[in-house]
Design a protein around this ligand. Structure first.
Ligand code: CP3
Length: 357
């Protein structure tokens, strides 16, 4: 009997543990989002993005929306990585069409010292409540992924006060105040551990750490300021819940040159963006961890024939056997035609069966 017996579809969890599956499992980063008209409608009902995240019922509704349309092999909690800095009192808001912003910024060692010690698990009970509601609604159909940002990626937003083209302020802070930066990352790593463990206890069956901006660092700075803290998080995670292993996925965008180091973190899988050949990545890391990825998200604007061909090339590059979770190399973008997502998901399932004898 399968380790995941009560799950009707356990391909995703099995592939993360490099166990054999009948077809390669697939999900999509940002699978609940603005490319779906039903998402835009629910978001409008909620009023704004944070109200959507803070209502467990609405967060559950948008988590389920892509699963009603497509046979994805996993659901991902609907929330955002910036809930942690918000719970630390930084005042997150989303200006229409401008992305995330913070009312407060971290610009000095004193700002880091003054960051309050908050009980993340209780401050973010709206997130763990959403996890419970979603697990009930999924009813064992597919596993639920919980997530968090990496300490480095969260720190960039907190220092800059929002997104940035070059993260000049965050990098200058790191270069000029490495000790304060380490203290900030330490506080964030401990918050992330509490947050992910609370999600796991509430029912998240795998977790992903989004290190969206680790790839803008030098190799030395990546190890010191990003990977180092993800290692601590992986060490601090609950490894087993409900008698099952809880796999951890580390996704560093543009981290292709550091795969060996990432594999050493103790994670079960590495998320790959589209700039690394997945077959070459597999040859480098062998069977140490599973790989997740890695179609260029922009491919979803191409024709159904081109999408199917690209899915086939990625499957062929990975090759025979276990240890691949299909995904995009980064999140789906808002202008994609939802019909093309159906082509993507069906192509993965149809074309992958031949690689699982
Ligand atoms: O994958 C999923 O479907 C789960 C939901 C999810 C969201 N954000 C919902 C969201 C996840 C996993 C995230 C993670 C996230 N948030 C990351 C890391 C992943 C990545 O894409 O790199 C980052 C950097 C953020 C911070 C953030 N939140 C940004 C930069 C934005 C603006 C994005 C944009 O394109 O405008 C958000 C808002 C956000 N988070 C939206 C969604 C669906 C769009 C908000 C809206 O409805 O207007």
């Amino acid at each position: 009997m399968s380790e995941f017996a009560e799950l009707k579809n356990d391909r995703f969890l099995k592939a993360l543990l490099r166990e054999e599956v009948d077809q390669t499992p697939v999900w999509m980063m940002r699978q609940a989002g603005r490319y779906l008209p039903e998402y835009r409608k629910t978001r409008q009902q909620a009023g704004d993005f944070m109200s959507l995240c803070q209502s467990p019922e609405l967060a559950c509704e948008v988590t389920m929306q892509p699963l009603r349309r497509y046979p994805f092999d996993a659901a991902i909690l609907f929330s955002d990585i910036l809930t942690i800095p918000d719970a630390m009192g930084q005042g997150l808001f989303f200006a229409e069409g401008e992305g995330p912003k913070f009312r407060k910024t971290i610009r000095s060692a004193a700002d880091v010292d003054q960051l309050p010690d908050v009980n993340i698990a209780s401050e973010l009970s709206y997130v763990t409540d959403a996890v419970s509601v979603i697990r009930k609604e999924l009813n064992g159909s597919v596993p639920l992924i919980g997530f968090s940002g990496s300490p480095w990626t969260l720190a960039t937003y907190m220092i800059e006060g929002g997104g940035s083209k070059d993260f000049r302020i965050a990098k200058q802070f790191m270069y000029d105040n490495p000790e304060a930066m380490h203290l900030l990352l330490e506080k964030l790593a401990s918050a992330v551990i509490d947050y992910l463990n609370a999600q796991i206890k509430a029912g998240a069956q795998a977790v992903q750490i989004f290190d969206t901006w680790g790839g803008i660092l030098t190799p030395a700075a990546y190890r010191e300021f990003s990977l180092n803290y993800m290692n601590k998080i992986v060490d601090g995670l609950i490894k087993e819940n409900d008698g099952r292993q809880v796999p951890a996925i580390l996704f560093t965008k543009n981290g292709g040159q550091w795969l060996e180091d990432i594999a050493d973190s103790g994670c079960q899988a590495i998320g790959l963006d589209w700039t690394t050949d997945i077959g070459q990545a597999r040859a480098r890391i062998g069977d140490r961890v599973a790989l997740q990825g890695n179609m260029d998200p922009t491919m979803l604007y191409a024709s159904p024939q081109a999408i199917r061909k690209e899915v086939g090339s990625i499957l062929q590059s990975f090759g025979q056997g276990a240890g691949h979770v299909f995904n995009l190399g980064h999140g789906i973008t808002p202008e994609v035609n939802p019909d093309n997502v159906a082509v993507f998901v069906e192509s993965v399932h149809e074309l992958s069966a031949q690689y699982h004898a």
